[in-house]
Each structure stands twice: as C-alpha cells, then as structure tokens.
Design a protein around this ligand. Sequence first.
Ligand SMILES: [Zn+2]
Ligand SMILES: [Zn+2]
Length: 160
Amino acid sequence: MATIDHARITLSVLMLVLPLAASCSSAPTHGRASDPYPLKRCPVSGRTLGENAVVREIDGREVRFCCEDCPDRFESAKAELFAKIDAELTAAQLPDYPTDECIVTGAPMTLDRKDVSINIIYRNRLVRVCCEDCRAQFESAPEHYLSMLDEARRAASAVE
Ligand SMILES: [Zn+2]
Ligand SMILES: [Zn+2]
C-alpha cells in the first residue's frame, strides 16, 4: 500500500508542477501575427527596417516600424496606412500565389474571361476569393482556409 501512496503523492506533485513548466517553456506568441514578416520598409517613414525594428500588433496584425515614434503616427492615420500596407503585401505575394482558384469554392476567379478575384490580406497574408460571399465564408473560418492555402502552396512547390 505504501507504493500506491507514493504514486499518489508523485502524481499530485506533477500536477502542481506541470502547468508551471508549460507556461515557462511556451514560446512568446507576441510578434507572430505573420511569419515571416514580408515588408522591408516602415509604413510611416518609408525607411528600410533594420535589425532593431519596432514590432507592434495593431488590430491583430503585426506591423514593424523604424523607430518608437512611428507607431503613434500610424495609429493617427490607421485606415489609410493599412490600405497602403495591404497594397504592398498584395503586390509582393501575388506573383507567388499558389493557385488560380478561389480558396473557398475552388472555382476559377474569372467570369466571362474577366478577372473577378478579390484580394484579402489576413494577418499580412494574401488570400484570394471569387466573390463577396466567399470573403464572408473565409472570414468565418480563416484558419481552415489558411491551412488549405498552405496545402496548395505545398502542392505547387512539389510540381516545380
Ligand atoms: Zn520611424
Ligand atoms: Zn469563391
């Protein structure tokens, strides 16, 4: 019976220690909103980002700045500057985008040979859909569709 008691004690000690160990060993989640960060310039000043870029999370998105002054300036013109960042992110990722199909339905993103694609920037990643309904569908389960996008990227690089 002594061994059972010992096992119980060991278990209860483990249960006390484990949550602590888990919280200590978990990597910091801050600054992981996009991976890797695709922009090379501060959106406010236009200066090239160096090693000591100031990393902020704004509206759930990672944004990097050249100095401590720029985040406040960004906040004061947020809509405009996010639009600028989105345009840059789209231009940077479009050439490597792995599929011509809507990520939600798998349909081609042309209608009568006209391009009807909608470019969405989600956590700094480009996601493309064929219509507003699909945009809503994507936004209801973004992680699901991002994993499909990862799959499409793996398939595309396997073909090359
Ligand atoms: Zn700056
Ligand atoms: Zn669609």
